[in-house]
Every structure is written in structure tokens, then in C-alpha cells.
Design a protein around this ligand. Structure first.
Ligand code: 3NM
Length: 214
């Protein structure tokens, strides 16, 4: 059976997020700083390049015991031997994805409100991303920010392992402590940092990631 991985610091990145720096460099630094899961989210890259990027990431992460999740593309996840897929509200239904990927790979999904939270099937989905907590510049047309209170409510409602997402930085991560989520998902505060490892460490510390009881 699947076990949900350590979600305490969930890095999301695509080619565009690390512009100018090879993503291997960003990922290695971030993992050294405490990133526990990585998601490849490459909305504007062709399938062939997505598979190549996912394979490079998998080769980097597997020896370090860090799972790789692929956003949206079940085919890319399968081709690259990823550990899971993350399905947004417009992506394939979890039931269809589960039929394709079998029982071993993880499925995550994103929820932004009570209606979406009510649609999550805990038999099919392993974890949820809840947000956006704060304003974010990393997502086109984001839903309204729900704040830490909104995250706490949706996390209680879904009752699955969860990460908060959207606009999280080292300066505000402490506001998510006590909301019931298992971790924080981050793009820009890590990918755009001069030192991604130090940024990751700061976010972990401020959230109190190492004080959470598993
Ligand atoms: N999904 P940053 S917010 C990819 O609300 C994503 O579902 C969101 O990036 C959601 O850490 C978001 O730079 C962007 O704000 C997160």
C-alpha cells in the first residue's frame, strides 16, 4: 500500500522558475536545506522535454530519498518513473488517473474552497494542497487568498495529509503553524532565492517543521 511521504517542505518548480540557474543546482541546494518532496510543474514545456526533465530530477532525488511528483501529466509521470501525480481542478479526475497509474503511485490534488474540498475522494487521493493562503505571482489567475484560517478550515474538512500553498515565505510561514497542515508548498521563495537551501531552512524553522509529531 502507499504511504504518504514527508510533506513538511514541498518544492514546486519548472524550467521557468529557475531561469538562469540549472534546476539541478536549485534542487540540490533546496534538498540540502530540508525540502522533502519535489513537484515538477512545467505548464509550457512539450511532453518530450517534460519527460527528460522529470527523469533528470528523478535521478537526482531518488538516491536522496526525496519523492518526485509530476503536475498534471499522468503520461509524463509514468514515462519518467515518478512517485506520483498532482492533479489540479482542471486535470484528469483522480479515478481516471488511478486506473492508469495503479495503486502504488501517489495522487495529490488542489483545493481552494469548501466545494472542491467536498469533492476529494480519500480512497483515491493521498494528500491535498490547500490555498492560496496569501497572494501569489506564480499562478495564472489564482483563486482568492484564504489566509491561515481558511487553510485550517479546509484541512479539517478534508481530513487527509495536507500542504498549504500560495505566497509562503520565510517571513510568513510561522502563521501556518497550528493550522493542521503537514507542510508547506513553495515556488518563488525558494526558486528565486539567492541561496535556495538557506531559504528552505528558514521556511522550515519558521513553520516549526521539525517540531511536528508524525
Ligand atoms: N497553486 P508561490 S498557488 C502552484 O492555490 C500554485 O492551488 C496554488 O507559488 C493553488 O510559492 C500556487 O511562488 C503558486 O506563491 C505557489
Amino acid at each position: 500500500m502507499r504511504a504518504c511521504p514527508d510533506l513538511s517542505l514541498y518544492l514546486i518548480l519548472g524550467a521557468a522558475d529557475t531561469a538562469g540557474t540549472p534546476f539541478e543546482e536549485v534542487v540540490l541546494s533546496a534538498v540540502a536545506g530540508g525540502v522533502s518532496v519535489v513537484q515538477l510543474r512545467d505548464k509550457h514545456t512539450c511532453a518530450r522535454d517534460q519527460v527528460a526533465n522529470a527523469k533528470r530530477l528523478k535521478a537526482l532525488l531518488a538516491p536522496r530519498g526525496v519523492p518526485l511528483i509530476v503536475n498534471d501529466r499522468v503520461d509524463v509521470a509514468l514515462a519518467a518513473g515518478a512517485d506520483g501525480v498532482h492533479l489540479g481542478q482542471d486535470d484528469m479526475h483522480a479515478a481516471d488517473a488511478r486506473r492508469l497509474i495503479g495503486e502504488e503511485m501517489l495522487i495529490g490534488t488542489s483545493v481552494h474552497n469548501a466545494h472542491e474540498a467536498a469533492g476529494v475522494d480519500p480512497e483515491l487521493v493521498d494528500y491535498v494542497g490547500i490555498g492560496p493562503v496569501f497572494g501569489t505571482g506564480s499562478k495564472a489567475d489564482p483563486d482568492p487568498a484564504i489566509g491561515p484560517e481558511g487553510v485550517a478550515e479546509l484541512s479539517r474538512q478534508v481530513g487527509l495529509p495536507a500542504v498549504a500553498i500560495g505566497g509562503i515565505t520565510g517571513a510568513n510561514a510561522g502563521q501556518l503553524a497550528g493550522t493542521g497542515v503537514d507542510g508547506l508548498a513553495v515556488i518563488s521563495a525558494i526558486c528565486h532565492a539567492d541561496d535556495p537551501g538557506a531559504a528552505a531552512q528558514r521556511i522550515r524553522r519558521s513553520f516549526g517543521a521539525d517540531n511536528l509529531v508524525a
